[in-house]
Each structure stands twice: as C-alpha cells, then as structure tokens.
Design a protein around this ligand. Sequence first.
Ligand SMILES: [Zn+2]
Ligand SMILES: [Zn+2]
Length: 543
Amino acid sequence: MQTQPSIQFSKRLLYNLLYKRPPISDLKKIHAQIIISSQKSLTDSLIHCYLRTNNVNVARILFNNYPFPSPPTLVWNLVIRAYSKLQDDAYKVFDEMPEVDVFSWTSLLGAYVNGGEMGVASKFFEEMPVKNDVSWAVMISGCVGCGRYAEALRYFGELGKSEHNVKTNEAIVVCALSACAHLGALDRGSWIHGYIGKNGISETSNIRTALIDMYAKCGRIDCAYRVFDRISKPDVHNYTSMISGLSIHGLGEDAIRVFNQILVDKIKPNEVTILGVLNGCSHSGMVQQGLLIFYNMENSWGIVPKIEHYGCFVDLLGRAGYLAKAFGVVKSMSIDPDVVVWRALLSACRVHRNTYLGERIVNHIGQLDSQSQRGAEILLSNLYASLGKWDSVSILRHEMSKQKNQADIGCSWIEVNGSIYEFRVADQLHPQIIEIREKLSEILKRAGLVGYAANINYVSFDLSDEEKEQAVAWHSEKLAIAFAFMSTAPKTSIRVVKNLRTCEDCHSALKAISKVYDRQIIVRDRSRFHTFRDGKCSCNDYW
Ligand SMILES: [Zn+2]
Ligand SMILES: [Zn+2]
C-alpha cells in the first residue's frame, strides 16, 4: 500500500493562499494545513478570512481560543463589525476589549446603526470620547438610511464646528446631499455645494451624482444640468442621475437626448438608467420611444426587466390610452405584478373613464391569492367604493386597519429661512398650529372664489395613500403651504416636498391658490414635480 507523502506548507505559501481571499471550501483546507504545520501566527488572517466568508461562528471560536495573550485591536474591531447584526454580541466583544480605540468605538456604533437602533446609536455617538471622519459618516448615513433626514443635516452642521477638527470625507458629503434631496432643502444643498469648493474636497463622481440628484429633486433642474455639463467624461451614475432628474420634471425629450448621448459615449446603461428614461417617456407621452427601449433592454444592454420597469411601462401605455395592451402586458408578465403595476393600470382606467376594464381588472385582482393582493387593498377598496360594492369595502377596510403602517402617514417638508419644518397630517405638534390652521382656512376660503370646492366625498379610483389621511382639509402639504404664507414675502415661490402622492383635493386647492395669490407653488410628491402657476399645474392633471 502506498502512503501519501506528508506535505508541509511553508508559512509564506499559506499566507499567500489566505491573501487571495479563498472561498470557504478552500479556506477549510488551508485551515487544516495551518493546524498541521502549527502556524499560529496566521490566526489573524484566518479570522479575517472566516469573517469575510460570513462564518462568524468559526471566527469567534478562533478568537476565543486566541493562541497569544490578546488579539491585536484590529482583530477585535473586525469581530465587532462582524457582529453588527447582533448588537448584544458586538457589545460583549467591545466590553471585553483590553484597549479600545476610535475604530472599536466606530465599529460598535456601526453595529447599532445596522441594527436600526438609531436611538441607542445617537446616545452612544454623543458619549464617544473620540470620533473620526468614519464615525461621523456612520452616524450621518445611518440617519439617512432610516429617513431621519433633518437629523442627518443636524449632525452635518455639528461636524462643521471647529472643535471637532474632523475633515469631511466623500461619504459624509454624499449623505448630506442625499438628505437635502429628500427634504427638498435647496438652500442647504447649495450651501454644501459651496462648502465642497471652499474646503478643497475633490468633486468625485459620487459627489457629482449626488449634486445632480440634489438640485433636480430640489426643483432646480437648471443647476443640476450645469453640474452635469461641467463633467468632462460623465460615467453611468452621472448620466443616470441626470436622466432621472429630467424625467421627474416631465422633460422626456431631454431625458431621451441625454440617454442617446450615453449610447454615443458607448457606456452601458444600468437598470436605474433604463427606469429613469422610461419614466421620462411616460411623463411626456412618448410611447414609441418607450416601447423601443422596453423591448430592447434585454437584447441591447442585457438588463432583464424588473417589477419597476414593468410598472413604468404599464404606466406609459395606460397614460397614452392603450389600456387593453397595458392589461395584456400585466397578464403576461414573468413576475407577479405588484401594487405599483395595478395602480398604474387602474389610474389609467380612471383617467380614460373606462369603468368596464376597471371592473375586469378588479375581478382579476380578486382572484389572485392574498400574497399577490398584498398592498393592493386600498386600491381595491377605493374601486369597490366607486362601484358601490360597500360590503366588500368594509371587509377590506377591516383587514387594512389591522396592518397600519407608520411609513404611510402623510408628511411634508418645507425650508423657510434656512430651517426645515416638518408637517404631518392633522398636525397637532407644531407650536404655531392654531395660527397655521386659521391661515389655512382663510386661504382655502379665498381659493373658493375661483371655483375650488373641498372634495369631502373624496373617493378615488386610484390607490391614493392619502386615503389614510382622514381629514382632507388638514393634509400636510396644505399645512406646510399655510405656514409658508405666514413666513415668506408675498409672491415668492413656495417649495414643498411630500412623501406620498398628492391627492386630488390638494391638487385642485393648490391650483386655485396659485391663481388667487399669484404665487408659484412647487410640490414634489412621490411620483413627480408639480409646478402650480396661474391656476394650472405642469403635470396637466396627470400624476
Ligand atoms: Zn391631499
Ligand atoms: Zn400636478
């Protein structure tokens, strides 16, 4: 019988193997060789490799049985970071550390942020004895990640104070700009743009993408285009940000023009680019171009349509009145249609006053299993209501009340004199709420003079999330606008950002207000920009 010659691997060779980031199957073999040749000094690299392949438990065993007195701080930090999904364990590791440095603190902060425990994270952050730029980036990006935009900007402002002596990095700037974009905080966003220049922060591609996005979402597509135009060789992200910006402004032809430029530059568009340009086609009624892009996306650029692309495509067809074709696309989809797709389809039925197809679609949704119906309940309930099927309405409403979602509460933001104010539906919290409501009543009364009448029996064919906001009169964008009237000079434009789609009642109220008070009102809702001027809206009442 032949025996295998025993091969001893040298330390150098084993180290090189680990350095190549082996997959777990190879890693186990290398680990075995390390045990055989008792190369204990490779433990750190081994722990690192196990953590990288998500084998936290093996890493922890090696860590707990560390062959030397204590692992170096770097290894401790790696282990804490690996536990970022399990805060208690991360904390335990942190607590046992003989020596902590700024990276250990930051790793544990990251654990709290990743776990979504923002309350604990911010308290922990305040208590940190040392902070570096990474700690600030973790905190600010954490706030942005869970929708605490105003808080993110507060931290960004705090960072600027000289006592911290921390240099702002790219991640911090990108997150702060993203917070401004969400809030529509133009003044703050432009200030950050200036800050980048003054502080010698190099305008990386990520920063430029964020600047374009910020300006576009704050209603200044001209500034967004100026940033884009200055880039000598735009990459796919710069292009995508520009195209999406043009689309939400209803500038479909410009979006197509920039999209053609990306193809001339021989840059491969990604799925977000395609979504942006489809959206632009949809908002501008460019059916042919939209069809061409949708049906070629897989062949030309290897992008398989996702649910978002279908939603956009169905919207495009529906808006243009190709209702049957749109329904056909939905029925033949390779993935289950979601609520966005149904909404697009049913909104089209409403606008084109096709109750027959609307009813057929409702029946179709009714036959789907409850999983596929999820999220379509409000839509269905509105549809049943419009068809007078009240039994079905009450059953659905009962189901819905059991699963109320915080994220669906209407909320608007407005920037006045550099500060950001948040309004929620039927707000009771704002210190000036009584005056604001009085002002609003006065404004709505005057709006009534040009034909605005509150739509109290508001029943929409469409899934309007606003349905959840009980009192139409106290919708958050109306409150924000009343506040703007109290705090700004007559005739200045008002910019409001709303987290949901704006409802029909607010839409007609804002049209009337823009006429009576001769003010331009710009509202960015979840789907697009609405510029109200002289009694009309830029969306031509289709949103
Ligand atoms: Zn409303
Ligand atoms: Zn509009």
